[in-house]
Design a binder for this molecule. Structure first.
Ligand code: DP6
Length: 327
């Protein structure tokens, strides 16, 4: 059977940064995120008894590393074990945001691959089971399975570490204006970053404040209190990057444009245009604003030096199956 899945990228408001179990990808803390409506991966999978090995194609990408291919084969292996299918697969996968933009595609990519391969194996899994299975390939992938606003429960073991929806996409009219900043630096993988986080002298302080922050962000989302929400997400992003800067060895994900954008958003706020930033393990900035203000931010950032592209996302749908196959 040939099956195709589409899955969104997601942006974390409270970040996953350090693992309790790196092999199983169980995080040290819960995280809270939103699925993105416009940045997705599509993946088609077909198991075939005639095949002698997995055949994997990244459509639209020039360079695919051995490491990336291995990670995909491991994901297929987990699905084969879970569904008791013993055949190799043909896989074609594609992002609508090229890897070269530096935006992480592992969340959307592995969520789409997990759903497509489970369906192609003829198995029927619950959202929770799919979230658990995709988590093992890339932690953040588990948050791209449910729709809208999502909480990943860290859990105590593999069976209890999964993500679930806290509010559907139409709960709140906010958006994520993704400001893609170009970078020539080789990115330090987030897998490495998770490992280094506990070496920061500020790591324990981050963990001490975590429960309070998780509670505060859920309350702000529930009440649709944009100003409180914004202050919490900016504080959290700077907190995570403070951990990166003070890890041994340090990790500097920002480019000068990143800092320029952060400062300009603070200035725009003083002038009455309210937006707040959050940043993942890379130089690009996610600007959160009310949907009615998104065009003003787009115009502002399109002129900005060092900005490659600007993409406006609403709260999006989680992973789903599609009838339009890639082969
Ligand atoms: C910085 O999911 O990329 O985006 O589990 O090792 O694949 P692995 O890590 P990954 O973590 C990225 C974390 C982050 C913050 C977040 O989205 O919570």
């Amino acid at each position: 059977m040939k099956k195709t899945a589409i899955a969104p990228a997601n942006i974390a408001f409270i970040k996953y940064w350090a693992k309790a179990d790196s092999k199983e990808r169980i995080p040290k803390n819960d995280s809270i995120s939103m699925c993105l409506s416009e940045m997705v991966s599509v993946c088609t999978v077909e198991f075939d008894p005639q095949r002698k090995s997995d055949d994997i194609t990244f459509s639209g990408e020039d360079v695919v590393t051995e490491k990336e291919l291995k990670r995909i084969v491991s994901c297929l292996d987990r699905v084969r074990t879970a569904t008791r299918v013993n055949e190799y697969a043909k896989v074609v996968t594609k992002n609508n945001f090229p890897k070269a933009t530096g935006i992480a595609s592992s969340a959307s990519g592995f969520a789409a691959l997990t759903l497509a391969s489970v369906a192609a194996a003829g198995a029927d899994m619950s959202e929770k089971e799919l979230s658990i299975l995709s988590r093992m390939s890339s932690g953040t992938a588990c948050r791209s399975i449910p729709s809208g606003f999502v909480r990943w429960h860290k859990g105590e073991d593999s069976r209890s570490s999964y993500a679930e929806q806290i509010y559907p996409p139409d709960h709140w009219e906010i958006c994520d204006v993704v400001v893609i900043v170009s970078s020539k630096m080789k990115k330090i993988s987030s897998t490495k970053g998770h490992e280094l986080a506990p070496t920061s002298p500020f790591y324990q302080a981050r963990m001490d404040g975590m429960e309070r922050k998780l509670h505060a962000i859920e309350e702000a989302i529930q009440k649709k209190d944009f100003s409180s929400f914004g202050r919490i997400i900016e504080d959290e992003a700077l907190n995570m990057h403070a951990i990166c800067l003070t890890s041994t060895p340090p990790i500097i994900y920002w480019e000068s444009a990143t800092l320029g954008i952060i400062k300009s958003v603070a200035r725009l706020r003083e002038d009455g245009l309210e937006g707040y930033v959050t940043i993942d393990a890379g130089p690009s900035v996610h600007l959160m604003c009310r949907q009615r203000d998104s065009e003003k931010f787009v115009q502002h950032f399109e002129q900005f030096e060092g900005v490659q592209k600007v993409v406006v996302n609403k709260p999006g749908r989680g992973a789903y199956l599609s009838d339009t196959h890639l082969f």
